[in-house]
Design a binder for this molecule. Sequence first.
Ligand code: SAM
Ligand code: SF4
Length: 323
Amino acid sequence: MDNIDRFGRKITYMRVSVTDRCNFRCIYCMPASGVQWRPHREILRYEEIVRIMRVAAELGIRKVRITGGEPLVRAGIVDLIAELHRIPGIDELVMTTNGSLLARYARDLARVGLNRVNISLDTLRPDRFRAITRGGRLADTRAGIAAARAAGLTPIKLNAVVMRGVNDDEVVDLAAQAKDGFQVRFIEWMPIGPLGEEFTARFVPGDEIKARIEAELGPLTPVRAEGPARVYRFADAPGEIGFITAFSAPFCATCNRMRLTADGRLRPCLLAPIEIDLKGPLRAGATDADLRRLLRQGIDKKPYAHGIPSESPHDRTMSEIGG
Ligand code: SAM
Ligand code: SF4
């Protein structure tokens, strides 16, 4: 099969970063000094993304996640979703967003074929939200969550990156949102970029988060593994709790994904500095067969496992790769 890698993993999922830009500057994602945005000419045009994804779908990609940076800051994003929705073979089209602009776009996104959204929500306190995102407004993201629900972009997953001394005292309050039907996912902070001692001091393992939640809200029963997430339920809540533990318990053995960076590189593993340029060949006149070969090369180069903690990626920030 064309989409099976060297270790027998079937690659069916592509995460597509549509921009390196963002209207937030989250402390775990971007350095305080900010990130130099890439000039527009370096970013894939929508028709280039659609062409790559059409070939990827022929190769066996079935699920596409639009991410960034913040995907909703890129003009024309609704049109891109509409185009991707038309590609035969892609049967799941989802987005990860900070939610701040979702109130404006949720209905249109749902109308043109977006299935669901994951929304980042690391705190329920407005002042803390502003501090973590370096300027974001909690009210905007909350309005976005409500709009997504009203538009049927469900089930909604709420993603929280937990950092000691920053928001770890809120894990119980965040988990309690499962009572409102959300899947609340706790993501271990990953050491991307130059972090060193800061990371050691602030990292909170998934098991510790789970124990703190169970001590207050009662036992969590395992439901299933969902990609990288171990998913649990409370006895009395309609929603779910997920844990994504890339650092403490890597899930590489079942990884089914590759990434397309905003500047047109295929990245077979988030945490390994291996990339294959697609934009250069595309702009130099590559045929669909050439693209197919390059995508296949990405599958062939997918490593068995990432090298963190000994080799954490310093080549790019999370917002550039597309988290
Ligand atoms: N801007 C959108 C958002 O925040 O949802 C999409 C892009 S963001 C890079 C995607 C996800 O990566 C978010 O859920 C964010 O919390 C997560 N993320 C960013 N940096 C991270 C890090 N160093 N470790 C773990 N998760 C991270
Ligand atoms: Fe922007 Fe998302 Fe990174 Fe926050 S996590 S800075 S919202 S890309």
